[in-house]
Design a binder for this molecule. Sequence first.
Ligand code: HEM
Length: 956
Amino acid sequence: MRLRIPLLVLTLTAVLTGCLSTKPEDLVACSVMTVEGLRPVAAERSVRFLGKVAEDTARCRGGDRAVALRGEPWVDWQNYWGTGDASSLAKSIGEGIGHLRANGRGIDGTLLDLEYQRIELIKFNLFDNSGTYPDYVRGRPGVDGPAIRVFDAMRLPPGHPDYARVGGDGAQLCQGDLIRWRTLSGICNDLRNPLMGSSGTPLARNVQLEATYPDLGKTELARNRHGDRLGLLQPDPQVISRKLFTRAQSSADKCRAGQGLPGDSLDASCDYKKAPFFNVLAAFWIQFMTHDWFSHLQEGRNRPELMAVGCASQRVGNTERPLTAEETARLGCRPGDRADRGILAEAADPPTFSHDGKTYPARAYRTTNNNVTAWWDASQIYGHDEISRRRVKRDPTDPAKLMLRPAGQRAGAGERQGYLPPLEAGDPMVPEWSGQEATGFPDNWSVGMSFYHNVFAREHNLFVDAFRKQAAATPLAESGLRNPARPTEAIAYKDVSADELFEAGRLVVSAMIAKIHTTEWTPQLLYDEPLYRGMNANWHGLLAKHELVSAALEKIVTHSFGKSDDAKYANQWYSVFASGPGIFGLGSRIHSHDPLYARLDSPSRDGWSLTNPDHVNGGTNHFGSPFNFPEEFVTVYRLHPLVPDLIEFREWNRDANQIRARVPVIETVRGKATAATHERGLANWALSMGRQRLGMLTLQNHPQFLQNLPMPRLAAASGVIDVAALDLIRDRERGVPRFNEFRRQYGLRQLKSYDDFVDQRLPKGSPERAEQERIVGILREVYGQHRCDATKIITSAQVNADGSPINDCLGHPNGTMVDNVEDVDTVVGWLAEFRRPHGFAISETQFQVFILNASRRLFSDRFFTSSFRPEFYTDLGVRWVNDNGPDGVVMEKGVANGHRDPVSPFKRVLLRTMPELAPELEHVVNAFDPWARDRGEYYSLGWKPRPGAETDPAFR
Ligand code: HEM
């Protein structure tokens, strides 16, 4: 089927262009592209889009440059007009980026490419591990597998405490108190699939199940791909860490493996490669997020059995050979290190099933559970089960609030809001958590986690304060909240209980976090115009300024496509049309009258009802596969290089331009974090981390302190662990395909040699290119080469351009020596991607994983779609999330990258929780961009100070 839908805005804007480009051949290319229409969505996995477009399309959207770079393995859109900084604009920014112009074609073309990617990712990359996969493949009578909405595997099992409440062995439906708020264990987010996303359910996969666990050599393809070269400790993870991950230091004595100098001396220095457009707050933000989304560990523990973790062998002349003592010393690795084995949910091979003459595994060869809720529900703050909830302390004077207490007598209005108390004897904890803040998820704690937990605890309490203030002013007025047991009774402000308010506060905090992540953190992580628009589209919709069309599309999406038994409508068209109204709030308005006018007169015509499960639940879509994060998602979030070894400490009320101390992050780990926060003050940490650049996600840039992290729980001779090496071991334990197959599985083009990592646009002989070539040389040394055999087919995920199967020679002549590029660990591979779209702090491979999963965690969650309603959030809560706070939308004074936007949600949170930062934040547009950076004109990545910060030594 060809996509020729005039309604579809993306299509309209990208294709029906006036072609007001600067060159005649580009005009011709646009006409040819328009006449030929859009490419069809791939019918087969092997012929999918790969982010590569036809020559005319490339020329229309990016001129000669885009055409010239089509031969690269990387996605084409990064070469379109307007997708970089000012130099990528067809003329100048003054020309504008309207849809009919070259820059508009570049940006709209990118959005279209990304939508293709999302559609095909939804179509080809959902693999559930909890028992639903056979139905997904085979379907049910009259229903395509990917259109199935209710799954037996998502029923609460007999013995579950809420089994009877949801209907026992009959049809299960969550109701009453179970649907009022985000439940502790995450059950009943979906009314008809109570178990979905709850704590302890299996992580999913995004790759064909046969492609998991390549080390086990279960399939001929895997054996052909890797020979006998792979193992848990082969190639040696510590050797990889030391050769490819270690940050080089110009003055090792001033860094001391990340320990800095005594007394947090300013003379300390740990070199790291810095990203100019992203700050340390952004690094810890994403760790704070991952603690909400997934955890393989249970209460900070893996299995008790210990294992060796390498520093035993290296590849020399393409054979693996034991390390000599001298080599070990030179590398600096530690053969005595030990780690605990990861917890497995299913350790035996899976059952199989057949369909259309083909045999499939019913799940991956091994599975692991996500031990926290998969929902974006702030479970890291509020807990994910009864044990973790016992750590969460509420204010005895107002149990709607979290407990916060003063810490010292520092100046600053935020100080009066207080700090989280530490864990106490009697709280559930492992010994290494002692002394740190009491909170739902306490693992891998540092000043970064301490910071965010305190900030959002303050935000929670500010919401409660604002609600209480409103309740005092209008006690009899309706709060918006309703009890499903008495759905017709409005609950007045004065009647809202402390528990109800606590849970509404959790909903608001979760939604604020999701909004910050979607509309502020991610557009700075992916700092260019298409991604600014794409991420805003996920939240507000592409048609945010066209209410009528948006409302009409929303109705089509939720009423027609969302109910279809045909996979094409239920998934493909659903995803495309949802871009119009946006995913957030989808289905939260039911327009009983003409949808085109309902938006203008919403209160009286809104037919949404708390009594109708199809309204409460109706805005979600799981695309036939129950929502949970895939194992591969964890892999691309192994972002340890983001963290610097030393934090440049500043004080907000003593010349913010001065660095006062260099505090080693390791000195703020675990219990020391809480002391550091209390002693130095939240606002000072905000300022310090707000101004400092984070570490680039690239090779040879891991923090030294994480390669030498004390791990008291592991009875290892060394007493420390190399977390960078552990990243590789865990991925191998969990059967993540290696980098090249990972890319093929996700619909990206494969690499043919290590040399493909080098950015071919760099002039030959330039220092930057020489550095990339040096690192590629180390890759070749570490992973080696082999003589290839063209008779060995290595994948079923893609085929060659001529339709032939991909073989061991990857296009090279049979029998030649080829790079073992198939063996490269995925984390190593994406860190080696030197070629990236403009402003991308991550690689395109990681981004591909996000396109799918970042959308899904909104699509699947009713509290972000059809249950984003006052009945759950309260009226104040809905306004708080929509307006970024209690006092209405506040607009930024200036224009940023051509956009006039409201003051960002995180900036508003910072201003509320630390009002003393107002003078500093006045200059800030996106709180994850280094605070004193001059952002320049159009997506500049320059590193120069804004007016007033010239004396800041960070700019020297
Ligand atoms: C002071 C900072 C940090 C410390 C001390 C730390 C420590 C650790 C440790 C010890 C593990 C291994 C757990 C295991 O498998 O046994 C780990 C895993 C992980 N870390 Fe970090 N980390 C830090 C920062 C970060 C940051 C900034 C990110 C960014 C997202 C991150 C993401 C992850 C992920 C995704 C895992 C895997 C979790 C899982 O398997 O469920 N970490 N970290």
